[in-house]
Design a protein around this ligand. Structure first.
Ligand code: AMP
Length: 589
């Protein structure tokens, strides 16, 4: 056994875990059919909101919960609903869930159906725009759970087509959204039409006075639960370059592949929510040329040991894992932590990225968020007091330019470091008789490029971040796509690299800093961003264009921060080396 273990999901969690409470689903009082369903879905442990709310709702108490989408809130109420279900009973709805939108109605219905599959749960989403005749037919046939938007629910109540007499539990999901959409009166009418002794559960991402008033009108002595505000002690927050990408679910795997291609992490851990997601993503990443290994609670000790061995010996460069499986795992050479999903609790984000934060400023944390999870990013930012920059997904052009740059680095390395080049002179001489030398070089570079396994992505991934907020990247078009040219000209003639993937630069005036370490020292744009962002109050997005030369680099930073950056950098190293940092006087080359 090594000190990386235990990895056993049943083992006592280490201090590194988001919670010392190792409650599993089985401890929450759920029936075996639900435990089986959760196991099949690959859920390894309850999220904090589930841990806190399920026993309360199962016990029959009213509940007022503050939780955002993406925290696992749907299962938090869906499982207790299903706990009450009597499969063979004559079916009139026993639970009514009110949600603000038709999308959410469908989504929640699907979740209830998935969790309740073994119980043969009958679920019906009811929303406007769908033929009412179909809804009537299904209601007649019998349903256990109705998930409705308030407007359409009121239509049915007025027509007398939605039997509510058997309703034992009403859930108001995303109540603040429903009030914002003007559903207050409809909600009152619906709740008044339900049996007075029913149980009521209200979830809302925010708790303005209007929600308190709604709760006061309809909830009886509710248990209050808020999951996202656990304070993290000052200094515990990680010092890591943190960025997020907004991407639709169906583009996530492709987006991650591309982000990793551009970031080229030394060694990364990618966190997923479920075992299924771990397996699927591992396969996708392997297909893209990464050496990725899966680690989840469904694997036995021997399999896990093997994976850990490969990671430690760096035979694998990516570990794709669930939180539970990664518990107690301590790999010192990690450069990147990737959240394939926004973690359901902000605290678990902090714990995850602490795995690179400890290593100091070179750590990078990348989070993929679906647009609806944006609010969760806000929760995390409030908890850590640090900003997570929303980045643009690298375009096909970004990727190609980056791959060209890697090829250039490879060839440069061979030119500078390989004393056996002469072995190939006969080949070059033979070709030189027939072709121009530059054409020979082009062909050779092409072969290097292809051999390095550059991914041939051709389709752009829709970028939600740019669609929502047009980029004001003033350096657009002058970053990787031109590629560094080398040569000896004045630096003003050369293209300016950016830090990476089209990040938004600083908005105000900037000044140029000279950093006395360059390509020859292995310095990459991300090292400079990491060093500056790690040592100062600046964020990745505050740092402007970066150019890396052989022996030095030039970095644009906000003018009003120049002195602080110089002071902070004096005390630090870049890729293990002390480097002079001063205002650029333009006197180098
Ligand atoms: P929700 O906040 O209900 O929209 O859930 C967000 C996502 O988390 C959904 O994709 C769920 O399938 C997933 N999820 C919910 N609970 C768990 C859990 N305990 N373990 C893993 N995934 C979960």
């Amino acid at each position: 056994m090594t000190d990386d273990l235990p990895l056993d999901p049943d083992a006592t969690p280490s201090d590194d875990t988001p919670s010392d409470d190792a409650t599993g689903f089985a401890d929450l009082g759920l029936r075996v059919e639900l435990l089986d369903a959760l196991n099949t879905l690959g859920y390894e442990e309850p999220t904090p909101i589930q841990r806190e709310t399920i026993p309360t709702i199962v016990s029959g108490k009213d509940l007022l919960g503050q939780a955002a989408t993406g925290t696992g809130k749907t299962a938090a109420f869906a499982l207790p609903i299903l706990e009450r279900l009597v499969p063979e009973a004559e079916v009139e709805p026993l639970a009514l869930v009110l949600v603000p939108t038709r999308e959410l109605a469908v989504q929640v219905s699907e979740a209830v159906y998935r969790y309740g599959r073994e119980l043969d749960a009958q679920v019906l989403p009811i929303y406007g725009g769908q033929p009412i005749v179909h809804q009537l037919k299904v209601i007649k046939r019998g349903v256990h759970v109705v998930v409705a938007t308030p407007g359409r629910a009121v239509d049915h109540i007025n027509r007398g087509t939605l039997p509510l007499d058997a309703v034992e539990l009403v859930v108001l999901d995303e109540a603040d959204e429903m009030l914002d959409m003007g559903f207050a009166e409809d909600i009152d009418a619906i709740l008044d039409a339900c049996p007075p002794d029913r149980q009521t559960v209200l979830f809302s991402a925010t708790m303005p006075p209007r929600i308190a008033a709604l709760a006061k009108r309809h909830l009886k002595d509710p248990v209050r639960i808020q999951v996202d505000r656990e304070a993290v002690a000052a200094g515990e927050s990680p010092r890591v370059r943190q960025s997020a990408y907004l991407v639709a679910r169906n583009h996530k795997a492709a987006a991650l592949g591309r982000i990793l291609d551009v970031e080229s992490p030394g060694s990364a851990i990618v966190f997923c929510k479920t075992r299924g997601e771990v397996d699927e993503l591992t396969e996708t990443l392997n297909g893209r040329g990464y050496r990725a290994e899966a680690l989840h609670g469904g694997m036995n000790q021997e399999q896990r040991d093997r994976v850990m061995g490969r990671l430690r010996s760096q035979t694998a460069d990516l570990l794709v894992a669930t939180d539970v499986a990664a518990r107690g795992l301590d790999v010192d050479h990690l450069t990147h932590v990737v959240n394939y999903d926004v973690p359901s609790a902000p605290e678990s984000y902090v714990h995850r990225i602490g795995r690179v934060g400890r290593a100091g400023r070179e750590g990078v944390a990348i989070t993929l968020a679906e647009p609806r999870q944006r609010r969760l990013l806000g929760n995390i930012e409030r908890l850590t007091g640090q900003t997570i920059g929303i980045e643009k997904i690298p375009t096909v052009a970004d990727l190609r330019a980056r791959q060209m740059e890697l090829t250039l680095d490879q060839v440069r390395e061979a030119l500078e470091g390989d004393d056996q080049l002469d072995r190939f002179r006969a080949v070059v001489d033979a070709l030189a008789d027939e072709f121009e030398l530059v054409d020979v070089a082009l062909a050779a570079v092409k072969l290097v490029h292809e051999a390095s396994g550059a991914t041939e992505d051709v389709e752009e991934i829709p970028d939600i971040a740019t669609r929502e907020k047009p980029s004001r990247d003033k350096h657009k078009g002058d970053k990787w796509d031109k590629g560094p040219k080398g040569g000896k000209g004045k630096h003003q003639d050369k293209p300016w690299d950016k830090k990476g993937k089209g990040q938004r630069g600083p908005q105000g005036p900037t000044s140029r800093l000279y950093v006395g370490a360059g390509r020859g020292d292995g310095v990459r744009p991300q090292d400079l961003v990491g060093a500056i962002a790690g040592e100062t109050h600046l964020r990745g997005n505050d740092i402007g264009a970066i150019r890396i030369f052989d022996r030095f680099a030039l970095v644009e930073v906000p003018t009003d921060s120049v002195d602080r950056v110089i002071d902070a950098m004096a005390a630090t190293t870049i890729r293990g080396k002390k480097a002079a940092v001063r205002r650029d006087r333009g006197d180098h080359d």
